[in-house]
Ligand binder design. Sequence first.
Ligand code: SF4
Length: 223
Amino acid sequence: MDKRTFLRAVNVLEKQYKILPRRERPFKILIHGILSTRTKDTTTFPAQDRLLKLAGSPEAILKLSEKQIRDAIYPVGFYRTKARLLKATCRVLLDEYSGKVPHDKKELMKLPGVGDKVASLVLVWGFGLPFIPVDTHVSRVSQRLGIVQKGTKPVKIEEKLESITPKNRAIVLNHLLVTFGREICKPISPLCGSCPVYELCEFSGKIYYKNKSNKLINQKLLS
Ligand code: SF4
């Protein structure tokens, strides 16, 4: 898919979903990002809220024991490891960044538990900078649409997306593709029959899934 077609697809999706830029406290996004690895949003958000209610700053989190953190974030995936990483990250924030979350990708990636995706998440949602974190939804949608080839690694997908997306639109792109990926371009059985960018999509299985989802829609209408 060339840049022009990609931007046409983004236009269509922007009109459909009307996503507004999201801004939250960088520390909150950092906690969210660390907790979210291999964990569903429905588990991550309540866990993050429980922890931040208990301790809303690096200083306060350092005062908690690892057990208290574990109890607050359970049942996120790898909660034991994440409890350790959270404490280690808060220690580094206090010792090296005066308790503030850095707004530089390289610096962010020095923090324990912070990889490429979490760093980009903090930069876009916490600081409003044009970064496009690539999670499972962004990765799948980018490959199916044909923005990148099948099997492209997330870090390369991010590079590609950031190189072809105007900066003012990059700040909503993650949220836009995640929403689209959850609602229409689902992991199993995408709803190609209801897809607003069907004509632009390069996914080879789209005719099969279009017929399948149309059949499902007809069945629902008849029942
Ligand atoms: S046509 Fe199907 S595979 Fe392509 S973007 Fe739409 S839902 Fe996804």
